[in-house]
Design a protein around this ligand. Sequence first.
Ligand code: MD3
Ligand code: FE
Length: 217
Amino acid sequence: MTEDFFCDALPGTGGRESLGAQAVVLRGFALPRAAELLADIGRIEQISPFRHMLTPGGLPMSVALTNCGLLGWTSDRHGYRYTRIDPQTGQPWPAMPEAFLQLARAAAQETGFDAFEPDACLVNRYLPGSRLSLHQDRDELDFSAPIVSVSLGVPAVFLFGGLRRSDKATRIPLLHGDVVVWGGVDRLRYHGVLPLKEQQHPLLGRQRVNFTFRKAA
Ligand code: MD3
Ligand code: FE
């Protein structure tokens, strides 16, 4: 299965960079399937459109998001949680596409996390100026499962901090096709994304799309 996603013949694929003891960037790991993933995102947003959710503070997030899979992450004035129903449509979130699942499992396996079965996939869309402030992902029940993230489109600068908000963060560029797996001791590290710069990507124009696979329940 891993072989489907790993192709020596394509430039920019195959590099592995360690961000922590159990956090790894797989450069270009999603490139061989990028067109397929983008077509799937197009189908997902027809069912559950991208929207700017409100934070508990009442301000709209600069990142627009949607979800696929059994559970979807939502935010409103009451807080953050995972739901089976998209609160905007009143319908279940769209199913997780097979290509998404295969990619998530292959990337997890590649970094030593066997049998990763994500039940949630949060899809973030960035436009110039969109950012994600430093946070921890702790709305999931099981922190022993890793999170797998896939970046497509315009490059972004990812901030990777420590276990305390005040810990110094390092800056890591995330490019079209890059996949990050983080788990274990790195699962609860603070992280964020700097404001997206105005740039053009041949497939996505001014946008960046990031999707993260999680085991939420
Ligand atoms: C390393 N998304 O949706 S993905 C999020 O690019 C989120 O949209 C970002 O943070 C994005 O919650 C970052 C890469 C990533 C995410 C979380 C991490 C790497 C991480 C948590 C710990 C360590
Ligand atoms: Fe996060």
